[in-house]
Ligand binder design. Structure first.
Ligand code: ZN
Ligand code: ZN
Ligand code: ZN
Length: 150
């Protein structure tokens, strides 16, 4: 996934390649594992490009989603977040969400192959993808909580 992917997808779908779309896409590329909300993305982008506002960010993310460039994620924290689609991935990676500080980490391996095989066998269901979220306390927060107890 790079700027050429963006240009090709936009053109193929009949959209224009605009400077703003490139800037927003690059900001997503530069913050690959940040799982940004539109508001956070806007903060990053508008620092250097004050002409881009939150309405543009929302509109652009809708287009990116339609072109299968980004995933829209819901971590049950009252906002949507976005990440670039990883085309090398067979299935979507998993997310670890810290309920103390809100940090999101990625688990890159699938680990569900056995379950997928079993489901296919028992339900003859053809699994295309999955979306798995784990809620808990991250290692940093565990350390901090330990210090507090002392
Ligand atoms: Zn899988
Ligand atoms: Zn944490
Ligand atoms: Zn992710």
């Amino acid at each position: 996934m790079n700027i050429e992917t963006l240009k090709t997808r936009l053109i193929n779908a009949g959209y224009k390649v605009t400077k703003q779309r490139e800037i927003i896409f690059n900001a997503l590329l530069e913050n690959k594992e940040a799982h940004l909300s539109p508001e956070e993305l806007n903060e990053i982008v508008s620092k250097k490009n004050p002409e881009i506002g939150i309405a543009t960010i929302y509109r652009t993310l809708l287009i990116f989603e339609e072109l299968n460039l980004v995933y829209k994620l819901d971590f049950d924290d009252n906002r949507y977040r976005y990440e670039l689609v990883d085309e090398d991935e067979y299935h979507h990676h998993h997310h670890l969400i810290c309920t103390n500080c809100g940090k999101v980490e990625e688990v890159k391996y699938d680990l569900l192959e056995d379950i997928e095989r079993q489901i296919k066998k028992d339900y003859s269901f053809d699994i295309k993808n999955h979306d798995l979220k784990f809620y808990g306390i991250c290692s940093d927060c565990q350390e901090k909580l330990k210090d507090k107890e002392k």
